[in-house]
Design a binder for this molecule. Structure first.
Ligand code: NAD
Length: 332
């Protein structure tokens, strides 16, 4: 297949080029993200390959359809960025990479949590400046704390196991419960009880109309004072304005985020020479107990290799018109 590859980064090229000789596809790498100004680049291709912030909304799907580009290979797990209803109406075939390395994301959630719990982000800067004072670096043990995990799919399950291994009491909330986790001693609770009992809350559910702003003024009010909140899932699970208020009044003791509600026009670019226009992320950066990374939880060698090989296999199936192993379908 001739594939127009959007939002390309050097690490994408490296991992896809490494696997490409085993497949019969021709990839053309475009650096810009897929939007109304760049969609014309897909003309003459058989498929587009897109990433998390390439919004496949109605107007983009209409343009692709007009150009007869009806195959979409998402090189990510989440698909909240796709208008699936419109795509189904227009006859698109869409596939994704369902679980490329749940451990990569779960371990990044742990990295955020452990940096915050021991303030290593602050200690790192101090020592580099020849400052060996440890005043103000008092942290907390994770051992013995109650960790609440929201969403126990592939990543949430991996995170529950890590927390279990660290000696936490692990609580979980999901619309489907995992017997494997229950056998490990994880306790499923209704959401309000999990919120009230957890010292650490980590979000691992997808972004849907049900989970949009799951962390908001009301749910924050139910949490323990000083709670640590970790989000490696999708930015809009947290209402940024509400969490800023909760940080100011110390309801939230620590916030670790790899995803941000308004990340779309910010992340995945070097903007160090620009004047930051986003007031909310700027406010978040001002808190000493907030740690932000730029959507890198997936970024390990193992995960990249899996993304490349699965996407190329997905393209094989799309080309052969076979039943798609990793198809994304519209559901009412
Ligand atoms: P998954 O599909 O295996 O698991 C998602 C779980 O969430 C499922 O168990 C599902 O039942 C549950 N869920 C759905 N709706 C829910 C609701 N309303 N309340 C509670 N639970 C609900 O997905 P996964 O592979 O574990 O990934 C989870 C999310 O992580 C993805 O949707 C994606 O947004 C995010 N992600 C982020 C990165 C990153 O680099 N930061 C990388 C991969 C995935």
């Amino acid at each position: 297949m001739r594939v127009a590859f959007f939002s390309t980064k050097s690490y994408d090229k490296e991992s896809f080029n490494h696997h490409l000789p085993d497949f019969n596809h021709e990839l053309t790498y475009f650096e810009p993200k897929l939007d109304i100004n760049t969609v014309a680049l897909a003309k003459g291709f058989d498929a587009v390959c897109s990433f998390v912030n390439d919004h496949l909304e109605e107007k983009i799907l209409n343009k692709l359809s007009e150009m007869n580009v009806k195959n979409i290979a998402l090189r990510c797990a989440g698909y909240n960025q796709v208008d699936l209803k419109k795509a189904a109406e227009l006859g698109f075939k869409i596939c994704r990479v369902p679980a490329y390395s749940p451990e990569a994301v779960a371990e990044h959630a742990l990295a955020l949590l452990m940096s915050l719990s021991r303030k290593t982000h602050k200690a790192y800067n101090r020592v580099r400046e020849n400052n060996y004072s440890i005043d103000g670096l008092t942290g907390f043990n994770i051992h013995g704390k109650t960790a609440g995990v929201i969403g126990t799919g592939a990543i949430g399950r991996a995170f529950c196991k890590i927390m279990n291994g660290m000696g936490c009491k692990v609580l979980a909330y999901d619309i489907y419960e995992s017997d494997e986790l229950k056998d490990l001693g994880v306790t499923y609770l209704p959401l309000n009880e999990l919120l009230a009992e957890s010292d650490i809350i980590s979000l691992h559910c997808p972004l849907t109309s049900d989970t949009f702003h799951l962390v908001n003024k009301d749910s924050l009010a139910q949490m323990k004072d000083g709670v640590t909140v970790i989000n490696t899932s999708r930015g809009a699970l947290i209402e940024t304005k509400a969490v800023i208020k909760a940080l100011k009044n110390r309801k939230v003791g620590n916030l670790g985020i790899d995803v941000y509600e308004q990340e779309e026009d910010l992340f995945f670019q070097n903007r160090s020479e620009e004047i930051l226009q986003d007031e909310q992320i700027s406010r978040l950066m001002g808190f000493p107990n907030v740690l932000i990374t730029g959507h890198q939880a997936f970024l390990t060698n193992e995960a990249l290799a899996h993304i490349a090989s699965t996407t190329l296999e997905n393209l094989d199936e799309l080309e052969a018109g076979k039943e798609l192993t990793n198809e994304v379908l519209w559901q009412e």
